[in-house]
Write a protein that binds this ligand. Structure first.
Ligand SMILES: [Zn+2]
Length: 138
C-alpha cells in the first residue's frame, strides 16, 4: 500500500520466467503458466509441465480469486526490516485454477484468518519498479 517511507522489505529476485511473472504483476495482471497440451496450470514458473512433460505453454490470466490454504504467523522479526510488520502472516493461497502461491494477506489481523477463507488478489506497487500480488478477503 502507498506509504511515505521508502520500501524496506526484501524484493523478489526477478530473473528469467519470474521476471515475466512480475512484469504482468506490474500491469496488475495475475498470470500463471498453463500447459498448451494438457491445460494444467503451474506456479512457480518453469519450462516443463510436471503433469505431461510438455514444453508448450502460455501465460494465462488468473481470475485472481482463491482461498486461504495455509499460513503461519511471525511474532518475532526474522530480519530487522520486518520489525514494524510483526505480527504478520505469510500465507499460501490456492487460486481457482489450482495453483498455490506464497503471499501476504492484507487488511486482516492474524487472528482473523480462517482456513479456506475466500480471497482475491490486490496489487501492491511497493516501488516504482516492483508490484507484489497480495490477497484480501473476497
Ligand atoms: Zn501438460
Amino acid at each position: 500500500m502507498a506509504n511515505d517511507k521508502p520500501y524496506q522489505l526484501p524484493l523478489p529476485r526477478a530473473r528469467g520466467r519470474a521476471a515475466e511473472f512480475y512484469a504482468f504483476c506490474k500491469n496488475h495482471e495475475l498470470r500463471f503458466q498453463r500447459c498448451s497440451d494438457c491445460g494444467a496450470w503451474r506456479h512457480v514458473p518453469r519450462d516443463m509441465c510436471a503433469k505431461c512433460g510438455s514444453l508448450k505453454w502460455e501465460w494465462a490470466r488468473s481470475s485472481g480469486r482463491g482461498k486461504l490454504f495455509s499460513w503461519t504467523t511471525a511474532t518475532q522479526p526474522m530480519m530487522p526490516q520486518f520489525a514494524e510488520s510483526v505480527p504478520y502472516s505469510p500465507a499460501i493461497v490456492e487460486l481457482e485454477e489450482g495453483v498455490r502461491m506464497v503471499t501476504w494477506i492484507v487488511g486482516l489481523k492474524p487472528e482473523e484468518l480462517q482456513l479456506d477463507m475466500p480471497v482475491k488478489v490486490v496489487f501492491d506497487d511497493v516501488t516504482p519498479e516492483v508490484t507484489l500480488p497480495k490477497f484480501e478477503r473476497a
